[in-house]
Ligand binder design. Structure first.
Ligand code: FES
Ligand code: FES
Length: 155
């Protein structure tokens, strides 16, 4: 079945099983490898991306639901390496990743959070981001999200 949507601002058509998880389409059909496969059950957040500005776990999101929508992966978060998104700037400043596998999902969740809650408290970050990091980078992630919020507000 042909499905049309935008990926990181580019219109595309894919011809796939309509029930294929969006994660497979993004990684295997479109070659965008930032979005990761972790649990495959909507629990770990490694596969998080945005659809029409909302945060979704793409391992449990059938691609047919993306018809006519705008999908954004980590590759589309900033316009260029010279103009990084506040979340990317903060992640670099705080040197967040260890192995790095979970980080794209966290960054997409953080990008959504600082739009919804411009200055989140630690409690609000914990309540809103339930992603899992096996390397234990959560303290640096918390710090980076607070820093991303500051950068986003111009300080
Ligand atoms: S791989 Fe999608 S939530 Fe874990
Ligand atoms: S940095 Fe390794 S799983 Fe999070």
């Amino acid at each position: 079945m042909e499905i049309n949507f935008k990926i990181n601002d580019n219109p595309i058509t894919v011809d796939v099983d309509p029930n294929m998880p969006l994660l497979w389409v993004v990684r295997d059909e479109l070659g965008l490898k930032a979005t990761k496969y972790g649990c495959g059950r909507g629990m770990c957040g490694a596969c998080s991306l945005h659809v029409d500005g909302n945060l979704f776990r793409s391992c449990t999101y059938p691609v047919q639901l993306a018809e006519g929508k705008e999908v954004m992966t980590l590759e589309g978060l900033s316009e260029s390496a010279e103009n990084l998104h506040p979340v990317q700037q903060a992640w670099l400043e705080e040197n967040v990743p260890q192995c790095g596998y979970c980080q794209p999902g966290f960054m997409m969740a953080a990008a959504k959070l600082i739009i919804e809650i411009p200055n989140p408290t630690d409690e609000e970050i914990k309540q809103n981001i339930s992603n899992i990091c096996r390397c234990g980078t959560h303290p640096r992630i918390m710090k980076a999200i607070r820093r991303a919020a500051e950068i986003n507000q111009g300080s």
